[in-house]
Write a protein that binds this ligand. Structure first.
Ligand SMILES: Nc1ncnc2c1ncn2[C@@H]1O[C@H](COP(=O)(O)OP(=O)(O)OP(=O)(O)O)[C@@H](O)[C@H]1O
Length: 351
């Protein structure tokens, strides 16, 4: 049984269609990221799952029970889920332990049993011994951990997180990402996580739904989205690289196409039909061409920056109106220098 099933969800606010025909299944124990640009409808989708909004049409099922649909409505409190928001929403006058234990008190759990559960939840998020502090005495990361502990203590099967790391500095964000991964593995709880940061989605999630203008563009593992983007939007939004126009001359097998890239013929992985198509190139799909061979692409250095292990070299591709791709190179060429490139892979997707 799926943890969450969304069937043809539409959501309108007045005349504005915010979600259109969203259909999605999430298996138990998945760490799903809802990823997309600002305003694409991620938070609205999360709020629909939470029961904070009603769909205009369509049906939502959680753990086999219809919680929203034409003839069904289950309130948030009865959906057996936990929520963590960017703002944390901790009560400043209560101690950390009281904040974390509040949900248990509401359920009628008190005394030793409650204290033990609170202690276990604090240990899970690495806050042992800080139960008597108050939220204003905590760092941003500790507040976020408290919010997560408050959610975990009731042992929900589903936790919804809306950009919970957005207010943390980059260093803390990374360490909290590792914590989230660890806690997810340990609890086996299904996590649905809203973010507009593709690197965060890639680092955290085992499935990512890329959203665009109220629709799901593609649902897949981070590896699938990166290596086999279904649309140009996914290719450009998820991971670095460049998308170039190509012509598919022939379909060599299910997943190989003969393409013409600016007049150069190449056999590359992909699924596009014969005719006009696009090629998603990641930085590792392009290498400096061997001397004496005709280059597949010609780049001009527009910028270089030192990254420690190598230099990030930004090249403008001459045949493609100056579209750029960034490559890691051991030595930084001079700005304006010509770099001949060979294409060693990529993904051919529909135009
Ligand atoms: N209560 C509301 N009334 C009217 N319009 C709304 C309401 N809530 C959201 N919207 C609109 O719906 C669209 C999607 O909003 P939503 O918050 O779901 O996007 P998002 O992808 O989470 O964006 P962000 O990353 O900026 O938070 C936006 O255009 C927003 O203005």
């Amino acid at each position: 049984m799926d943890q969450i099933t969304l069937r043809q969800i539409n959501k309108r606010f007045g005349n504005t269609a915010v979600l259109q025909d969203v259909t999605l299944s999430v298996e138990p124990s998945t760490f799903l990221a809802l990823l997309g640009p600002s305003g694409c409808g991620k938070t609205t989708l999360l709020r629909l799952i939470a029961g904070l909004e009603r769909p205009t049409s369509g049906e939502i099922e959680i753990a086999g029970r219809v919680v929203a649909g034409p003839d069904h409505w289950v309130e948030t409190e009865a959906r057996k889920l936990g929520m963590v928001f960017q703002s944390y929403a901790l009560w400043p006058h209560m101690s950390v332990a009281e904040n974390v234990g509040f949900g248990l008190s509401v359920r009628g759990m008190h005394g030793r049993e409650r204290a033990a559960r609170v202690e276990a939840a604090l240990a899970m998020v690495g806050l042992e011994g800080l139960g008597s502090r108050r939220p204003p005495e905590l760092s941003g990361g500790q507040r976020q951990r408290t919010a997560l502990a408050r959610c975990l203590v009731t042992e929900p099967e589903l936790i919804l997180l809306d950009e919970p790391l957005a207010n943390l500095d980059p260093h803390l964000r990374e360490s909290m990402q590792a914590e989230f991964r660890r806690i997810h593995r340990k609890t086996g709880t299904t996590f649905v996580f809203v973010t507009h940061d593709q690197a965060e989605a890639m680092a955290l999630a085992d499935r990512v739904a890329v959203m665009n203008a109220g629709r799901i563009e593609q649902l897949g593992t981070p590896q699938e989205l990166y290596g086999q983007p279904a649309t140009r939007m996914v290719a450009e939004f998820f991971g670095k690289g460049v998308v170039l126009p190509v012509d598919v001359a022939a379909r060599l097998d299910d997943r190989t196409r003969r393409v013409s890239l600016g007049g150069v013929t190449l056999d590359l992985p992909g699924v596009a039909a014969v005719g006009a198509a696009q090629l998603s190139l990641r930085p590792e799909n392009v290498v400096p061409a061997a001397a004496g061979l005709r280059p597949h692409l010609v780049g001009r250095v527009v910028d270089t920056s030192f990254r420690g292990a190598d230099h990030l070299v930004t090249l403008a591709l001459e045949q493609f109106g100056g579209k750029t791709i960034g490559l890691g190179m051991a030595a930084a060429p001079e700005p304006g220098a010509r770099v001949d490139l060979a294409v060693t892979g990529g993904w051919v997707l529909p135009a």
